[in-house]
Design a protein around this ligand. Structure first.
Ligand code: LLP
Length: 414
């Protein structure tokens, strides 16, 4: 894309050569383009501008404070799924009044924290959750704003691990039970029904499942209205996919247009919860080749990033393009790009044709979403540094972890 591009034979992020970043900050290292992040957000805002809307960025996709702060300054709200994410949003300067809280397992402590902060809405996913919230809000002398997450039973046609809107999934209130639960909520003294939401899955590459879900949600909104329950907002979740390889997802503009068309004639405020599409292609993971190992059947490029840094290939067999930071003229060879972790599942890419040598640095593309946020310390590997490029300047936005930090909270038993 335009933010990560070759100049002569060197891969750049905006105006900075990625090989300079690799040298200066070391590898593995996540690099984000501020312009790409800003541009994605603005495209979304633009696509929905003809109606009242709030873009609640799904924090789980990438929760670095610098990124949250950037979105907050652009006017974003946030979709959170834990008390930890709420704390991050507030630390980054996000407004609690623009936060929606999703997730099937909100603890009492998390609910309390969110009630104290006075978030915009709890996306409630079950009857027992509603009971807990009502009781807790009552004990705090508060009224909790509530939306029920309805499971529209729509096939998102995406990877089964990230498909959430089918009735066999754990998410949301069953479509057939939603009306009854809304009636119950409307009678509760310490909750206020303000909206309805759904989220059917992630990395969707077609608009039709979004529209099918919206239509089912709207049919339910009409039933509620007939029962005297009116809503202030409709939250259609996130899930718009990006291009990793040869996918052809709808553009943000096309997606926005389709949503607006489905909502025509409705006065409720629209909330969306995009994650991946705002950050995925705005970030790359830099890694360096430690060894080239020529096996009997396969050649391996053993790199210094591993499944703990980027879990998506190991977990979903996800594809991420891998590009050299400095192109070579030599003939390409086919490599298995693998990390140092002691698991066969520890790979970054299979069968990649690359002209590379030991010591070369590579960029794992489209790594801005669910990369750093899903990273771990497996094999006692400190998590990567994170850098944000802004024009010709590279800012360190998270220091590389140290091993000492990893065991600082541990105690030896005498
Ligand atoms: N809202 C809710 C309630 C969600 O559960 C999610 C993502 C989103 C919004 C944002 O979805 P997005 O726009 O990013 O698709 N780790 C997986 C993706 C898991 C998505 C979980 N929920 C991956 O690496 O592909």
């Amino acid at each position: 894309n335009e933010y990560f591009h070759y100049q002569q034979d060197q891969l750049f992020a905006e105006g900075v050569a990625l090989s300079d970043i690799a040298r200066r900050f070391g590898t593995p290292c996540y690099v984000y383009s501020r312009a790409a992040l800003t541009d994605g957000y603005r495209q979304f805002d633009e696509a929905l501008k003809s109606r009242e809307h709030l873009i609640c960025y799904a924090v789980k996709a990438n929760s670095n404070l610098a990124i949250l702060n950037l979105f907050a300054r652009l006017g974003a709200g946030f979709d959170i799924v834990s008390g930890g994410e709420l704390q991050r949003v507030l630390a980054a300067g996000g407004a609690a009044g623009k936060v929606v809280f999703s997730g099937v397992g909100k603890s009492e402590a998390e609910m309390r924290q969110a009630l104290e902060a006075e978030i915009l809405c709890f996306n409630v996913e079950s009857a027992p959750e509603l009971d807990r919230l009502n009781a807790l809000a009552g004990s705090m002398g508060k009224v909790a704003p509530v939306s029920l997450r309805v499971n529209p039973d729509v096939d998102a046609k995406t990877h089964p691990y990230i498909s959430t809107g089918l009735k066999q999934n754990k998410f949301g209130v069953a479509y057939t039970e939603a009306l009854a639960l809304y009636r119950k909520a409307a009678d509760m003294p310490h909750v206020r029904v303000t909206g309805m939401d759904c989220h059917i899955g992630s990395q969707l590459t077609e608009t039709s499942p979004f529209i099918a879900a919206a239509e089912k949600v709207l049919a339910l909104v009409d039933k509620l209205a007939a029962a005297g329950i009116t809503l202030e907002h409709l939250d259609l979740g996130g899930g718009l996919g990006i291009r990793y390889d040869d996918e052809t997802p709808p553009s943000i503009a096309e997606y926005g247009k389709a949503l607006l068309a489905a909502l025509q004639g409705r006065s409720e405020k629209l909330i969306v919860e995009p994650g991946r599409v705002l950050v995925g292609n705005a970030g790359v993971l830099l890694t360096r080749i430690e060894y080239l190992k020529h096996g009997e059947e396969k050649n391996f490029a053993i790199v210094d990033a591993a499944m703990n840094d980027l879990m998506r290939p190991a977990l979903y067999d996800a594809y991420h393009a891998i590009l050299p930071l400095q192109k070579r003229d030599d003939p390409a060879q086919r490599y298995e790009v693998v990390g140092p972790i002691c698991e066969t599942g520890d790979f970054i890419g299979h069968a990649r044709e690359m002209a590379v040598d030991k010591g070369d640095a590579l960029a794992v593309m489209s790594a801005g979403a669910y990369g750093m946020s899903m990273s771990s310390n497996y094999n006692t590997r400190p998590r990567a540094a994170e850098v944000m490029v802004d024009g010709a300047v590279a800012h360190l936005i998270r220091e590389r972890e140290t091993v000492r930090q990893l065991y600082a909270a541990e105690k030896i038993v005498a």
